[in-house]
Design a protein around this ligand. Structure first.
Ligand code: ADP
Ligand code: MG
Length: 244
């Protein structure tokens, strides 16, 4: 489903992705872990060209781009394949929960309003929001509710894969589990996901593969039983030890 080869990205003199390879099978959940600054967010942002890679190849579903040379049409086609969930939710503040989910359907996909509303309600119910919560503005919702709206919004465009960048890191501890529960359900339904997370127990539970990054490179990748339970590399061991 996702095949990334030799992805490179620098910010000025700062080499942030140093030839990253990433493969994700359809229906799999891949957890990306690693220290702060190791390039995890940049990797996700390169997958939908929120950042412009300097080199490498990105294939998602049946779309391939070869940075730094790609057309606007190719970029558009690649972006259509994924949807992103951010740490900070990034909801439209002036739209209700329902409008946040239906916006891309009505404006982007030209779906009739009534059909978009039905889809939005169904998705927001699926992530556990009540009927009255659906009509509220983000500011009146808890962080956990906002992030669940953000996940519903990502699902609405029926992406081939969902990219989640530390989806629970901004949440108060008591709200983390309600968001993890939604992601767990998506994983059980074989939604293809790449999730950057510091929740190691969760990664061990839901991930089919774990990718450990350090200094812009993939140090180690494999099933959680290897990378988390029996890491081969000292850097992975040190990282896990320091997490406690
Ligand atoms: P992580 O998500 O693993 O914490 P990031 O991908 O956010 O790491 O950042 C990797 C490196 O790239 C860091 O050194 C960070 O300062 C740098 N970086 C990220 N985004 C930008 C940007 N837009 N401009 C300049 N430097 C950036
Ligand atoms: Mg990050």
């Amino acid at each position: 489903m996702i095949d990334v080869r030799g992805l490179r990205k620098s910010f000025g003199k700062n080499l942030v992705l140093d030839g990253v390879d990433l493969q994700v099978e359809q229906g799999d959940v891949v957890a990306v872990i690693g220290p702060s600054g190791s390039g995890k967010s940049t990797l996700l942002r390169c997958l939908n060209l929120l950042e412009e890679p300097d080199g490498g190849t990105i294939t998602i579903n049946d779309v391939t781009v070869n940075p730094p040379r790609y057309t606007a049409k190719e970029a558009h086609a690649l972006r259509q394949q994924t949807a992103m969930v951010f740490q900070s939710y990034n909801l439209f503040r002036n739209k209700t929960a329902l409008q946040n989910v239906t916006e891309a359907l009505v404006v982007g996909k030209k779906m009739p309003r009534k059909e978009a509303d039905e889809t939005g309600r169904r998705l927001l119910t699926r992530v556990g929001l009540s009927e009255d919560t659906i009509q509220q503005y983000p500011i009146t919702l808890s962080g956990g509710q906002q992030q669940r709206v953000s996940i519903a919004r990502a699902l609405a465009v029926r992406p081939k894969a969902i990219l989640l960048d530390e989806p629970t890191s901004a949440l108060d501890p008591e709200l983390v589990n309600e968001v993890l529960a939604v992601i767990r359900t998506l994983a059980q339904e074989h939604t293809t996901m790449v999730i950057v997370t510091h929740e190691m127990a969760f990664a061990a539970e839901v991930a089919d593969r774990v990718v450990f990054m350090d200094g812009g490179s993939v140090v180690e990748a494999g099933p959680p039983s290897q990378v988390l339970a029996a890491p081969r590399h000292e850097r992975t061991r040190r990282f896990l030890r320091e997490l406690g």
